[in-house]
Design a protein around this ligand. Structure first.
Ligand SMILES: Nc1nc2c(ncn2[C@@H]2O[C@H](COP(=O)(O)OP(=O)(O)OP(=O)(O)O)[C@@H](O)[C@H]2O)c(=O)[nH]1
Length: 193
């Protein structure tokens, strides 16, 4: 198989791909992540995952390109990555004591016009915790770079009352689906190096 590029700047996605062990390299998508205000979250993540993958494939038409995008939906609100601690506080205040849905879209493009996609949801319920505990969680800095302002594999798990779905999906790449996309595309996931 020709080389695989993870079109992502996300350290969490790199950690997940490193665990799979398939040789790959990363490249920043460098795309505009604006979508129409009223676009449903599941459509927005799909549009952005495809946009990221296409941007990198245009630079490397002979390569395989894997991209993802994620948004948090709680009630009628759609949350991305917080810009600062105050935005993270507002996001977590919205999530604590409630159930929210993580939407993650993954797109795999390859030579010869290969185009496969997956859209995975996970449902998470957080404990309602007092403001002082929320401030202590914000002190960890886990909110930086995370849609929803928490890391489910880190101290954020202390907020988690219930999780329905693939835990890796919450971290940014639903690995059950990524493995399926790669196998369907013909990748040998245990190829000799
Ligand atoms: N480690 C960790 N990261 C999370 C968690 N929840 C969300 N994220 C990250 O939040 C980010 C969601 O924002 P996106 O816009 O999809 O991706 P990004 O960080 O901009 O990275 P790109 O792939 O370069 O677009 C991703 O990097 C996810 O890995 C979590 O529980 N743990």
């Amino acid at each position: 198989m020709s080389d695989l590029i993870l079109a992502s700047t996300s350290s969490a996605r790199r950690v997940l791909m490193d665990g799979l062990g398939v040789p790959y390299r990363t490249e920043a998508p460098n795309v505009d992540e604006q979508v129409p205000e009223d676009m449903p979250a599941d459509e927005a993540v799909r549009m952005l995952a495809v946009r990221k993958a296409r941007a990198v494939q245009e630079r490397h038409p002979e390569s395989w390109v894997l991209a993802a995008d994620q948004l948090v939906e709680v009630g009628r609100d759609v949350l991305g990555k917080p810009q600062d601690r105050d935005a993270a506080r507002a996001q977590l205040t919205r999530l604590l004591g409630n159930t929210h849905v993580i939407h993650t879209a993954v797109c795999l493009l390859g030579p010869g016009g290969h185009h496969s996609e997956t859209l995975e949801d996970a449902r998470l319920t957080f404990f309602a915790v007092p403001p002082e505990e929320l401030e202590r969680y914000l002190d960890t800095g886990e909110w930086e770079g995370c849609a929803g302002s928490y890391r489910v594999e880190g101290r954020g798990q202390a907020l988690l009352q219930k999780l329905e779905g693939d835990r890796t999906n919450v971290q940014g790449l639903p690995m059950l689906s990524v493995v399926r996309l790669l196998r369907q595309a013909g990748f040998d996931l245990f190829a000799r190096p």
